[in-house]
Design a protein around this ligand. Structure first.
Ligand code: NAP
Length: 322
C-alpha cells in the first residue's frame, strides 16, 4: 500500500497543537494531530480556567480542550490516538514514527508537545491535584484569596510563584529542601523582604493532608532534611514549583535546545533550523507558559507552515512520493 503524505502533522493536542490544527484546517491543509500521552495537555488537570478570554464565567480545563478539539475537527483535522516516538527529518517527506500504529509521512511538522510540571512524586500530591495541589500559581492562585498556601522549590519559579501568590493569599510558606536557594539574588530578595512570605528551609513535603473524602487540602506533613523529624503545617493549598520538563525527547537529537532543554526557534517566528519543522507552545516557552500564549504560538506555527508549504509547492520542492 502506498502511504499518503500529509501536509502537516501536529505533534501534541494542547492549546498550541489544537490552535495550529484550527488554523491549518481552515487553510485546507487537512492537518493530522497526534494526541500524545496526555491528550489535551496540561489543562486536562486544571479545574477552573478563568483567564482564557471569551469565558467571562470561567471554564473547566477539560471542557475548554474539548471545545478546541471540536473546533479543530470541524475543519477536517484527523486525530491519531497515539504517541510520537521519533521524527525523521533527514529526507523528505518527514517520517513521524508512532508508538503503536504505522508511521505518518508529512511535508511539514509542528512540534507542540508541551512541557510537564515536575512533581515531588508522593501519592497524596497526585490524588489531590485540582483539590488544593497545583503546579501553576497564575492558573490557580486566585482560588486561595485570604487563605494560607505553601510553595515548594528554591529556584526562580518558586520565588516567582510565591511572590505572585501573596497577591491573593494571606500567607505563603516557601518550603525548600536545602538551606540556600538557587534562585537569582534579585528574586530571592523580593521574596525574603515580603512580609507575607515565610521561608521554611531544610524541609520536604512528606505528605499532603486532606479533609475527609479528599474534598480539600488541610495541611502538610513536613520532614526536616537534617534531623529527619516530622511536623504538621496547616495550609489550604500547595503549589509545586520545582521546574518543568519540556517534552523534547522525540526531537532532542535533531533540533537545538537551550540549556534547560527548551527547543530553540528563529527570532519572531516558529521556524526551527530545519525547514518545514515548526515549533509552538510550552515546548519552547518557559517564560509565559499560559494556555493563551501557547494558543497564539500554535496560530503562528500554522501560518508559518502554510506559507512555507505554499512556497515549496510553487517551487516544485514538495516530495511526490514516500
Ligand atoms: P530550577 O532552577 O531547576 O529549580 C528547581 C528547584 O526545585 C531547586 O531549588 C531544587 O532544589 C528544587 N527541587 C527539585 N526537585 C525537587 C524535589 N523533588 N523536591 C523538592 N525540591 C526540589 O527550576 P525553575 O525554578 O523552574 O527554573 C528553571 C529555569 O527557568 C531557570 O533557569 C530559571 O532561572 C528560569 N526562570 C526564570 C525566571 C525569571 O527570570 N523570571 C522565572 C522562572 C524561571 P535544589 O536547589 O536543592 O536543587
Amino acid at each position: 500500500m502506498v502511504a499518503s503524505i500529509h501536509n502537516v502533522v501536529i505533534v501534541g493536542s494542547g492549546p498550541a497543537g489544537l490552535t495550529a490544527a484550527i488554523y491549518a484546517g481552515r487553510a485546507n491543509l487537512n492537518p493530522v494531530v497526534v494526541d500524545g500521552i496526555q491528550p489535551g495537555g496540561q489543562l486536562m488537570i486544571t479545574s477552573d480556567v478563568e483567564n482564557f478570554p471569551g469565558f467571562p464565567d470561567g471554564i473547566e480545563g477539560p471542557e475548554l480542550m474539548d471545545l478546541m478539539r471540536r473546533q479543530a475537527a470541524r475543519f477536517n483535522t484527523t486525530f491519531v490516538e497515539d504517541e510520537v516516538t521519533s521524527v525523521e527529518v533527514n529526507k523528505r517527506p518527514f517520517k513521524v514514527n508512532l508508538g503503536s500504529t504505522d508511521p505518518l509521512y508529512a511535508h511539514s511538522v509542528i512540534i507542540a508537545s508541551g512541557a510537564s510540571a515536575r512533581w515531588i512524586g508522593i501519592e497524596s500530591e497526585k490524588r489531590l491535584q485540582g483539590r488544593g495541589v497545583s503546579a501553576c500559581a497564575t492558573c490557580d492562585g486566585f482560588f486561595f484569596r485570604e487563605k494560607v498556601v505553601a510553595v515548594v522549590g528554591g529556584g526562580d519559579t518558586a520565588m516567582e510563584e510565591a511572590s505572585y501568590l501573596t497577591r491573593h493569599a494571606s500567607k505563603v510558606y516557601l518550603i525548600h529542601r536545602r538551606d540556600a536557594f538557587r534562585a537569582s539574588k534579585i528574586m530571592q530578595d523580593r521574596c525574603l523582604s515580603n512580609p507575607k512570605i515565610e521561608v521554611i528551609y531544610n524541609s520536604v513535603v512528606d505528605e499532603v493532608l486532606a479533609a475527609p473524602g479528599d474534598t480539600h487540602v488541610t495541611g502538610l506533613r513536613l520532614k526536616d532534611t537534617t534531623s529527619g523529624s516530622t511536623r504538621e503545617l496547616p495550609v489550604d493549598g500547595l503549589f509545586i514549583a520545582i521546574g518543568h520538563e519540556p517534552n523534547t525527547k522525540i526531537v532532542r537529537d535533531i533540533l537545538r535546545t537551550d540549556d534547560n532543554g527548551y527547543l530553540l526557534h528563529q527570532p519572531d517566528s516558529s521556524y526551527t533550523d530545519i525547514p518545514g519543522v515548526f515549533v509552538a507552545g510550552d515546548v519552547h516557552d518557559h517564560h509565559y507558559r499560559q494556555a493563551i500564549t501557547a494558543a497564539g504560538a500554535g496560530c503562528m506555527a500554522a501560518i508559518d507552515a502554510e506559507r512555507w508549504l505554499e512556497a515549496e509547492a510553487h517551487d516544485g520542492k514538495l516530495a511526490k512520493s514516500v
